[in-house]
Ligand binder design. Structure first.
Ligand SMILES: *Cc1c(COP(=O)(O)O)cnc(C)c1O
Length: 339
């Protein structure tokens, strides 16, 4: 099956499984798993932060970060379409008693520094204390440039806030911008990065930042049930991914562009090219085409989240050039028959 639903679906390669099989392990709750220690050191150095913490998921990583930066009754500012606000089951409010306050995002997925400044509440017992700004990059596959990220973060810092970056796909952004991971995250006090998406590891994220805040996140990870024992087998995949799978994200980006160009000319669908900036392609389809397209793709061995008005296609480690051709032909065959 050619699985285009997400970059999370990629399977560990043989080489990654070998790294896993050869991993030395300890007990990470006792802090002596060498594989986890190696991954955390590698991540801290890659993102030029004091230290890092291996997390079971991006969701838990973001939650631990928000809870480490904020106390109960505090609030944080966040773009109104960002993952922590929209796709993490309200965890910050439910488990952290920390209130999200949504800021408008523009078409490119960015928030405005003026909105950040205006949203910070004065110190008054009527108000929740505004403590944190949560940013994201990439946002739905779109890249926000470093100048803008830095300007928004500065507005937050000047107002006394901390800045957390949900960098689930920050390495896609760094590759697209042609800058180092350290530069792409320099403005953030903490950054969470998914190992399980384009990087191709089966599990996990890393949360990077200064020692003090990461120590708090460590306690919160335990509280949330995220303490893992012989986690070195999983961390080995993360280390392997950070060593081998960053530069190749450019291939995923090229294939996404390639697919978008091939789909663009097909009658009956429309492909917003301005959204194709990393490894995602969006295709606008008519509701009446959803069932026929799903069937046609499935018959061709393609799994995709077919939905109207807009469906998302994601390229990743398990998608090669031939797959792109096959997907384009399956679309073409379907919409030709529709005429
Ligand atoms: C996938 C994702 C997460 C959450 O990661 P999980 O490992 O799936 O919990 C957080 N933020 C963004 C932007 C994501 O794309």
């Amino acid at each position: 099956m050619i699985d285009l639903r997400s970059d999370t679906v990629s399977r560990p390669t043989r080489a990654m499984r070998e790294a896993m099989a050869n991993a030395e392990v300890g007990d990470d709750v006792y802090g002596d798993d060498p594989g986890v220690i190696e991954l955390e050191e590698r991540a801290a150095s890659l993102f030029n932060k004091e230290t890092a913490l291996f997390m079971p998921s991006g969701t838990q990583s973001n939650l631990a970060a928000v809870m480490a930066h904020c106390e109960r009754g505090d609030e944080f500012l966040i773009g109104d379409r960002y993952h922590i606000l929209c796709h993490e089951a309200g965890g910050t409010a439910v488990l952290g008693s920390v209130l999200p306050r949504a800021l408008a995002t523009d078409a490119g997925g960015a928030v405005d520094p003026d909105d950040v400044r205006a949203a910070v509440k004065p110190d008054d017992p009527h108000f929740a204390r505004t403590r944190l700004l949560c940013l994201e990059n990439t946002v739905s596959g779109m890249v926000i440039d470093l100048d803008h990220m830095t300007t928004v973060a500065r507005a937050a810092h000047d107002a006394g806030l901390r800045v957390h970056l949900d960098g689930a796909r920050i390495l896609n952004a760094a590759i697209a911008l042609g800058i180092t991971p350290a530069r792409a995250t320099a403005f953030a006090d903490t950054v969470s990065v998914c190992l399980s998406k384009g990087l191709g590891a089966p599990v996990g994220s890393v949360l990077c930042g200064q020692k003090e805040v990461i120590a708090k996140a460590h306690r919160i990870r335990k509280m949330l049930g995220g303490g893992m024992r012989q986690a070195g087998v999983l961390a080995a995949c993360g280390s392997f991914a950070l060593e081998h799978n960053i530069e190749r994200l450019a291939d995923d980006h090229r294939r996404a562009r390639d697919l978008a160009q091939k789909l663009q000319g097909i009658d009956g669908i429309s492909v917003p090219m301005d959204l194709v900036q990393t490894n995602m392609v969006f295709v606008d389809i008519d509701p009446s085409d959803v069932d026929p397209l799903r069937t046609a793709l499935n018959r061709a061995g393609i799994l995709a989240s077919v939905q109207a008005p807009r469906m998302r296609i994601v390229t990743h480690l398990d998608i090669d050039d031939d797959d792109i051709d096959l997907v384009a032909s399956a679309f073409l065959a379907c919409f030709r028959r529709n005429d």
